[in-house]
Write a new protein. Structure first.
Length: 808
């Protein structure tokens, strides 16, 4: 709405000006002037309500000045109609007009805001020069006549001279605005037009009155009307809500008006010069005083200019110092950022990006093959230290390791932290390859020494992979080869170093092929279960089966558990695979037809036991298959139990409450102690095959270990199952030692689900006893009719442990 209001006001105002000229002189013009003036003032008063608080007073003063002018015009018209005017007399009308001019000046000054004292005083000085120059011209042409007219009284002279001087003041204001460059906005241009209109209206009125011209009222009235219209339009314009300030290019505008200021300064000498040439009367005293004032203004202007230049020079020096300081700060920040970009914040060593650059540079400048090698080191116990003792101890652990690596290299080689607990050392300029292997050995020895951290002695060790650069080696390939060798050292037992060989890459590719096939093989049905029977030694009764997972890989063929179980543990796929094994084993066991309730044993991995959803998964498997919980046995190794004993005890207790039995697998190979047997709700101890194998030799002490385990189980009211039984002599010894149950190749190899049903049907307790008697007479094996053989631990076995496969 405000966007269009000022346009309507401008259009109607200009139409009113045209109507004023069309009307005959007299009452009609006077009424039109008064009506339009009042409407303009009302518009200004209404527009002030939308102005910022800092601008309202200035506009109100301008509105009040217009009110004074309107009142003066009204009284002048009434006085003119009544014929009461006295030429040259000082009247109430003059008081109103002079008050209007005073309010006008105050309003303009209130609305004007300078950018600074120096700029403001220089602008006023320039305006004063122009004012004095025009004053000299006005004095010579108009004012001197009033001053030297003997027929006029003092009051009449003052009144006669006041209006020209006021007009010069109006001109002074307009000149100041122009010199300050405040006329960039539309509202400022309209306001300047109103100021000039006021100046012209007053000047025209005085000149026409002096000459007794009848058209004085017409000319002055239409200009005054135009000034009111411009004043209202300026207040209504949207840009009027901002303070009048000097433009940013005011210096350029001042330079444009320098000729005007110069001409005004030479006005007094020019009049004196022309008076002497053309011989007309000149008021030397007044012009000399004006010239003296002009000279003083020029001196002040020059002094202020020097002060301003000096201030600007100081400001420039200050800015220069600030810029230099900022530049130094920026350079320091760039140095810090460059350092942080290529160094580790914790240890101060180089980071992966820096190592990458160094490797590329070293490869480009390597003199010969074998002179450049890369070591990648991985701390073996870092995760355990960090998880158990906290991140502060872990950070101290890393710092000590970095210091020892730096000491070993003696500062001659690049040591970098790649991330986490992984470090790298670039050996450049080696005289022979053996120097790198010696350094690798020294690294292992240095990190092997215990360290005191937070009052604790912590043992350190490191696995080191070493790779040598060849003629076609890239930085990425060299880092990858060293990383592969490091993982080979870890797989070989940690706390050692290994040199990269091509076979390592092939094994790595093979492992990648295996891990990438996990999910797809499970979905495609390439995983399957086999079952190993468990028989009672007391009466030869079939008690149950242990479920063993097998994988028929689509390209690699039948894979032994050792080939994929550790990788499944490492990648976390063991949780998915373990859940599938549990579900399939429960479904199969629920379908077995037997006179007794055969059990099904399923192995649990470490990741499964730490899974908070394990109990829910087991319950879902039992509910989905319809298998009774008393028929399910979950086997866990000792080492898995001790990963997180508190959580393991809680999980096993929940499973025990469901009626599920818990078996300790490979008992005797880990943390065999009464304390943990009392801590966990265990039902069965499975004696590891490593204790069963010595039973073949009657003179060995193996039976003593087995007897101890069996007695321990009996004392704790636990059942015992001997694993990996392959010979009749082992069976007889176990029977004599009162072991309750056995499983192994003496009974049968792991069999398919179809073979299980046949085995259940044919393998009754009587059949097993008869087969045992026949075995003793003919030295033939039980049930499967194969000769007793030694077992290879790499072909067949349960999840997480190698057992029972045939070798020559």
């Amino acid at each position: 709405m405000r966007q269009a209001t000022w346009k309507w006001a401008l259009a109607l105002g200009l139409l009113a000006c045209a109507s004023y000229l069309a009307l005959p002189a007299g009452l009609g013009r006077a009424l039109l002037l008064l009506i339009v003036a009042v409407v303009c003032v009302v518009c200004v008063v209404l527009a002030v309500q939308h102005q910022p608080s800092s601008m309202r007073l200035g506009w109100r003063l301008l509105a009040a000045s217009c009110g004074c002018f309107i009142s003066a015009t009204l009284f002048f018209s009434i006085d003119d109609l009544l014929r009461h005017q006295v030429p040259g007399a000082f009247t109430f009308i003059d008081v109103l007009r002079l008050s209007g001019y005073l309010l006008f000046f105050l309003g303009i000054m209130r609305m004007s805001r300078s950018r600074g004292l120096a700029v403001s005083r220089e602008r006023h000085a320039d305006s004063a020069v122009v004012y004095l120059g025009v004053f000299c011209l006005a004095w010579q042409v108009i004012l001197s006549g009033y001053a030297h007219d003997p027929s006029l009284s003092i009051t009449a002279k003052v009144v006669a001279m006041a209006y020209p001087l006021i007009n010069l003041g109006v001109l002074f204001t307009a000149t100041g605005a122009i010199l300050a460059g405040v006329t960039r906005r539309a509202s400022e241009r309209f306001l300047l037009a109103a100021i000039l209109g006021l100046f012209l209206a007053t000047a025209i009125g005085r000149v026409m009155t002096m000459r007794h011209n009848s058209h004085a009222g017409s000319a002055a009235g239409v200009v005054m009307l135009f000034a009111y219209v411009m004043f209202a339009t300026s207040a209504l314009h949207p840009t009027s809500q901002r303070t009048l300030v000097e433009a940013t290019d005011s210096g350029l505008r001042v330079r444009r008006w320098v000729p005007l200021v110069a001409m005004a300064g030479f006005m007094s000498p020019a009049i004196l010069f022309l008076g002497s040439i053309f011989d007309f009367q000149v008021d030397v005293a007044v012009l000399s005083c004006a010239e003296g004032i002009l000279f003083g203004l020029v001196v002040l202007r020059v002094c202020w200019l020097f002060i301003r230049i000096r201030s600007q020079n100081r400001l420039l020096h200050s800015h220069t110092d600030s810029l230099q300081e900022a530049l130094a700060t920026q350079q320091a920040l760039e140095t810090d950022l460059r350092y942080l970009a290529f160094h580790d914040s914790l240890t101060g060593l180089a980071n992966r990006a820096f190592l990458q650059q160094e490797v590329e540079t070293a490869l480009a400048t390597a003199a010969e093959v074998g002179s450049l090698a890369l070591c990648i080191c991985d701390l073996d116990q870092f995760k355990e230290v960090n998880d158990s003792l906290g991140h502060q101890v872990g950070d101290a652990f890393l710092i000590i390791a970095s210091q020892r690596l730096t000491e070993v290299t003696g500062g001659q080689h690049t040591v970098a932290r790649l991330g986490g607990d992984e470090f790298a050392i670039l050996f450049a300029g080696l005289a022979e390859p053996g120097a790198a292997t010696q350094l690798a050995e020294r690294i292992v020895e240095a990190l092997r020494q215990p360290a005191m951290i937070a009052g604790r002695e912590i043992a350190l060790s490191v696995s080191v992979g070493l790779a040598f650069a060849s003629c076609d080696t890239t930085s990425e390939l060299l880092i990858s080869e060293a990383d592969t060798a490091m993982y080979e050292a870890k797989a070989a037992g940690k706390d050692r170093w290994a040199i990269f060989e091509t076979s390592m890459r092939l094994r790595l590719v093979d492992q990648l092929t295996v891990t990438n096939s996990f999910q797809s093989s499970l979905e495609s049905g390439h995983f399957f279960l086999q079952y190993e029977p468990q028989v009672s030694l007391h009466d030869g009764r079939l008690e149950g089966f242990e479920a063993l997972v097998r994988w028929e890989h689509p390209t690699l063929g039948l894979l032994p558990p050792l080939r994929f179980i550790p990788l499944a543990e490492e990648t976390g796929f063991i949780r998915t695979l373990g859940a599938w094994i549990l579900q399939q084993a429960c479904i199969e066991a629920a379908n077995w037809v037997s006179t007794t309730d055969l059990t099904i044993s399923v192995n649990l991995s470490g990741r499964q036991l730490q899974d908070p959803e394990l109990v829910a998964h087991v319950a879902a498997a039992l509910a989905g298959s319809g298998l009774g919980s008393e028929r399910l046995v979950l086997e866990i190794t000792e080492s898995v139990l001790m990963l997180n004993p508190k959580q393991a005890a809680q999980t096993l207790s929940e499973l025990k409450q469901m009626g599920i039995r818990i078996a300790i697998d490979d008992f005797g190979t880990g943390y065999s102690s009464l304390s943990y047997l009392q801590q966990f709700p265990v039902d069965i101890l499975k004696i590891d095959k490593s204790f069963i194998d010595p039973l073949e030799d009657p003179e060995s002490e193996g039976s003593a270990f087995v007897q101890t385990i069996v007695r321990l189980a009996h004392d704790l009211n636990l059942s015992t199952i001997a694993e990996g039984v392959e010979q009749l002599s082992q069976r007889e010894t176990l029977s004599r030692l009162e072991c309750q149950s056995i499983q192994g190749y003496l009974l049968s190899r792991p069999m398919s689900r179809e073979a299980v049903h046949d085995f259940i049907t044919t393998s009754t307790a009587t059949a097993v006893t008869t087969a045992a008697a026949t075995e003793a007479a003919t030295e033939a094996p039980l049930v499967t009719a194969i000769a007793p053989q030694r077992i290879d631990a790499n072909r067949l076995g349960p999840i997480g442990r190698p057992t029972r496969a045939i070798v020559d």
